[in-house]
Design a protein around this ligand. Structure first.
Ligand code: SAM
Length: 164
C-alpha cells in the first residue's frame, strides 16, 4: 500500500489536502471516473436499513452519505466527515434539499475523530471510507480508532485492533 509520508508538520499535509479538495468540490459530482462506480458498489454492499447508524469518512460531497441517510431514515442517523469544508458544505445543501434531517456533516480530520462532538464509541452499525485511505498519514492507527466506533466488530483482525 502506498501512503503519504507522515510529515513532521502534519498541519501542512492536512492543509494541502484541504486546499486540493476544496478546489475540487464544486465539480466533484460531475467528474467521470471510478469514484461514482465505487460509491454505487458501497451502497449495494452496505447492510443498511431503517434505524441503522452509519459513519461515512471522507464523505466529500456526500455521494455515499446522502443515499445512506435515505436508507436508514427516519430513525437511523448518518454522519459524514471530511477535512475539506467546501465538500460537506455541498453535502449539507443536498441533505436540506432532500429534507434529510438525519444527516450531519462535520469538517474534521478522519484520523483524529476522538474530539468530534456526538461521535462516540460503539455507536455505528456501518463505517465507510471510500477512496481516502491512501491519503492518511497513519492508516493503521486510523482503522484501530474507527473499529472502536462500531457497535459490533465482526472481523477478527479488526476486533484485535479495537481491543477488549
Ligand atoms: C477522492 S475523495 C473521496 C470522496 C468520497 N468518499 C467518494 O468516494 O466519492 C477523497 C476525500 O478524502 C478527504 N480527506 C483526505 N484526507 C482526509 C482526512 N485526513 N480527514 C478527512 N477527510 C480527508 C478529502 O478532503 C476528499 O474529500
Amino acid at each position: 500500500m502506498y501512503c503519504l509520508n507522515p510529515s513532521p508538520i502534519m498541519t501542512d499535509r492536512l492543509e494541502t489536502i484541504r486546499t486540493l479538495y476544496d478546489a475540487r468540490a464544486p465539480t466533484y459530482d460531475t467528474e467521470v471516473g471510478f469514484h461514482p462506480h465505487q460509491g454505487a458498489d458501497y451502497l449495494k454492499w452496505m447492510p443498511l436499513s431503517p434505524g441503522k447508524n452509519a459513519l461515512d469518512l471522507a464523505c466529500e460531497t456526500g455521494a455515499i452519505t446522502i443515499p445512506s441517510s435515505k436508507e436508514v431514515a427516519p430513525s437511523g442517523t448518518v454522519f459524514g466527515v471530511d477535512i475539506s469544508p467546501a465538500s460537506p458544505s455541498i453535502a449539507r445543501d443536498k441533505a436540506t434539499n432532500h429534507s434529510l434531517e438525519n444527516a450531519t456533516f462535520v469538517d474534521h480530520d478522519i484520523g483524529a475523530l476522538h474530539d468530534v462532538e456526538k461521535i462516540e464509541e460503539g455507536m455505528f452499525d456501518v463505517i465507510t471510507c471510500a477512496s481516502a485511505f491512501v491519503l492518511l498519514a497513519d492508516p493503521g492507527s486510523a482503522v484501530k480508532s474507527w473499529a472502536k466506533l462500531l457497535k459490533e466488530v465482526f472481523c477478527r483482525e479488526l476486533k484485535k485492533m479495537a481491543g477488549p
